[in-house]
Design a protein around this ligand. Structure first.
Ligand code: ATP
Length: 357
C-alpha cells in the first residue's frame, strides 16, 4: 500500500554544510514526485533521509501518520534504485531480485512468482539465470528497478536512475518508468538534475537550491510561472533582460530596460515601482519579424550572431543592446537569416515575466 510522505522542518547538516535546510514538503499517496536541483544542492541527502540512511538533525519524517525518524531503513518498506545500479555482480538476475523477498521470509514458490512478475514489469522475461555482469547498462538498470519493485514498496525512491544511459535509452526508460508508475501507483520520489526527466514524468516537482526548496508545482506551473531567476534558468532555457519597474498594476507592468520599454502582462510575483527585475523571456517567445509587421506588444531590434538550422527548428543567437539572446523558431521557412543581419523581434506581453533580481 502506497503511503504519503511528509517532512516537516527537516534539517540535516554535515559539519558546517546545511545539506537540507528546514524543508517542509508533502508527497501525496501515489504521487510521482520529483526533486530537482543542481549538483550539491542536497537532493541525495534528502532522499537518504526518506530511505532512513540518514536521520534528520531536526524535524519530522512521516509515512502517512507514522513518524519514521527512528525506524531503520529495512523496516520502512522502501524500494530504492541508484544511479550506479548497485547490483551484486556475482549473483544472477533472479538472485539479485530475490534478495529482498528472502529477507521477508517468503516461501520459494511465492518468491519465484514475484520474480517472474517483476521481470515482466521491466520487460526482462526469461533473464532469470543470466549473470548480472553480462547485461548491458540499460538491462542492469531494469533489473535494479525490478529488485526495487518486487517487494511492493510503499515508497519507490529513485536517485538519478537513468543518468548513465545513452539518450535514446533514457527516453525509452522514461516512458517505461512512467507506465510502471501508472500501473502500480506507488508513491514515487525521484531525484535528478535532469529537467527533461522531471518535465516529462512528474506529477509535481520541487526545485531545490542550497538545501532549500525554492518552488513546488506541476511541470507546467514551474515552467510557466517560475518563482525567481534561478528557477526560470534551471527549468528550460530562458533569456534575461534586466530593468527597473516603471509602473505596475493588476498583473501588468512596464519595465525600463537597455533594449527599450518592455510591457508585461505576466506579473506573478509582487513588484514595486522602482524595483530592479530580471525579465525572463523564453527563446520560443522571441518571434523573428524581419518585416516588422507583427502584432506583438513589444518590439526590439537585434543583430544575428549565429544561426543553427535543425530542420524542425531553427535557433538564432542574437545580440540586442549588448545583451546576448537566444530565439527558437519552429517550422523555419525557406528564407535564411545570416550572421550580421539586423532583425526585429516581437515579444508578446504575456511572455515577459519580471522576476525579483
Ligand atoms: P549530486 O547531484 O552531485 O549528487 P546532491 O544534490 O545530491 O548532489 P548531496 O549529495 O545531498 O547533493 O550533498 C549536499 C551537500 O552536502 C554537498 O555540499 C555535499 O558536499 C555535502 N555532503 C553530502 N554528504 C556528505 C557527507 N557524508 N559528509 C560531508 N558532506 C556531505
Amino acid at each position: 500500500m502506497s503511503v504519503a510522505v511528509e517532512l516537516t522542518h527537516v534539517t540535516k547538516a554535515f559539519g558546517t554544510t546545511l545539506a537540507v535546510n528546514d524543508v517542509s514538503l508533502k508527497i501525496e499517496r501515489g504521487e510521482f514526485f520529483f526533486l530537482l536541483g543542481p549538483s550539491g544542492c542536497g537532493k541525495s541527502t534528502f532522499l537518504r533521509i526518506v530511505a532512513g540512511f540518514y536521520k534528520p538533525d531536526t524535524g519530522e519524517l512521516r509515512f502517512d501518520d507514522t513518524v519514521m525518524n527512528n525506524i531503520p531503513p529495512h523496516q520502512r518498506n522502501t524500494g530504492m534504485v541508484f544511479q550506479n545500479y548497485a547490483l551484486w555482480p556475482h549473483m544472477s538476475v533472479a538472485e539479485n531480485i530475490e534478495y529482498g523477498l528472502t529477507l521477508r521470509k517468503l516461501e520459494k514458490p511465492e518468491r519465484q512468482e514475484k520474480i517472474t512478475r517483476a521481470l515482466q514489469m521491466v520487460q526482462m522475461e526469461g533473464y532469470h539465470d543470466r549473470a548480472v555482469n553480462t547485461l548491458s547498462g540499460g538491462q542492469q538498470q531494469r533489473i535494479a528497478l525490478a529488485r526495487a519493485l518486487v517487494i511492493e514498496p510503499s515508497v519507490l525512491l529513485l536517485d538519478e536512475p537513468i543518468s548513465n544511459l545513452d539518450a535514446a535509452l533514457r527516453q525509452q526508460m522514461r516512458d517505461e518508468i512512467k507506465q510502471i508508475h501508472d500501473r502500480t501507483n506507488i508513491t514515487t520520489f525521484y531525484v535528478t538534475h535532469d529537467q527533461v526527466d522531471a518535465l516529462s514524468m512528474a506529477h509535481r516537482m520541487a526545485i531545490m537550491q542550497d538545501g532549500v526548496i525554492v518552488q513546488v508545482g506541476t511541470p507546467r506551473e514551474v515552467y510557466q510561472f517560475p518563482k525567481n531567476a534561478f528557477v526560470a534558468s534551471f527549468i528550460g532555457e530562458t533569456n534575461f533582460i534586466s530593468g527597473k519597474v516603471q509602473h505596475t498594476s493588476n498583473g501588468t507592468a512596464t519595465i525600463e530596460t537597455s533594449v527599450g520599454t518592455l510591457h508585461s502582462k505576466a506579473v506573478y510575483r509582487e513588484l514595486t515601482q522602482g524595483a530592479s527585475v530580471q525579465c525572463s523571456i523564453r527563446p520560443e517567445a522571441l518571434i523573428v519579424e524581419s518585416n516588422g509587421r507583427g502584432a506583438a506588444e513589444n518590439r526590439i531590434n537585434a543583430t544575428v550572431t549565429a544561426v543553427n538550422y535543425l530542420g524542425r527548428v531553427e535557433e538564432y543567437q542574437l545580440v540586442a543592446a549588448d545583451i546576448p539572446l537566444k530565439a527558437v523558431h519552429y517550422n523555419p521557412g525557406t528564407e535564411a537569416k545570416k550572421p550580421g543581419d539586423t532583425i526585429q523581434l516581437g515579444i508578446s506581453a504575456d511572455a515577459v515575466i519580471p522576476l525579483p533580481d
